[in-house]
Design a protein around this ligand. Structure first.
Ligand code: DC
Length: 221
């Protein structure tokens, strides 16, 4: 639910929106398209500077392109989802993407616009001085049920099968373990971040809670 939440907050506050996960996915898509062995960090690092990544920041229609090709759809597929964690663990990939993320934020601010940036290391690494930092959590099972529903919606199935939810839970848990355990920019709560637990809240309730936190932070800024 973090993308729907972040987009909803951006929409409610009239802000731009940047999904950094899409950038790591786009980088993984690029590596797969080039036939790079994604289990070889040196091979991934060697190409990390090559692709031009372009993100648009309208919360109603965010897109991402690699060398001018819109990859918004393919980056949601199984191949990229299976490849993204090892690619995201490569330091050269992270350095490159953090630089692009900061430049994108600076561009919004230069136009007098604020921006919601979504990702695992935004408060800890990318933007430690952000006006408001949110650490959004939810039970693994609630997240898996939501993700399986999203996946079923994409393939046109009426409802996800129970086995799909279990498989999704396992895949989420595996990626969480890699993302939290990696040496560089692990997934963790940033200093000064407000924790919001979305397990028992509707999407609109989570958005309202975060909008309140942001408004308070802006007032105090
Ligand atoms: O949010 P998502 O599922 O689209 O993210 C895909 C992957 O990208 C995730 O498994 C870890 C990585 N990622 C990251 O390492 N740092 C970020 N700021 C965002 C995503």
């Amino acid at each position: 639910g973090k993308s729907s939440t972040s987009r909803g907050v951006a929409r409610a506050l009239g802000l731009d929106y940047l999904a950094t996960g899409a950038m790591y996915r786009a980088m993984a898509w690029y590596m797969l398209a080039r036939g790079v062995d994604i289990s070889d960090p040196a091979a991934v690092a060697a190409l990390a500077d090559r692709p031009t990544l372009t993100s648009t920041t309208d919360p109603d229609a965010p897109t991402i392109a690699v060398d001018g090709v819109d990859v918004s759809e393919p980056i949601r597929g199984e191949a990229v989802t299976g490849a993204v964690s090892p690619v995201a663990a490569v330091p050269e990939v992270r350095a490159r993407l953090v630089e692009i993320q900061r430049a994108r934020v600076a561009a919004s601010l230069a136009q007098g616009r604020g921006i919601v940036v979504e990702g695992r290391d935004i408060g800890t690494v990318v933007l430690p001085d952000a006006t408001a930092k949110i650490f959004l959590t939810a039970d693994a099972e609630a997240r898996a049920a939501r993700r399986a529903l999203e996946d079923a919606g994409r393939t046109g199935a009426a409802a996800p099968a129970a086995g799909d939810v279990a498989a999704t839970a396992a895949s989420l848990a595996e990626r969480d373990a890699i993302d939290s355990g990696r040496a560089l920019a692990p997934l963790r709560r940033a200093d000064g971040a407000v924790q919001v637990d979305g397990t028992y809240l509707t999407l609109d309730e989570v958005i309202a809670a975060i909008v309140g936190i942001v408004e308070q932070a802006c007032a105090a800024d």
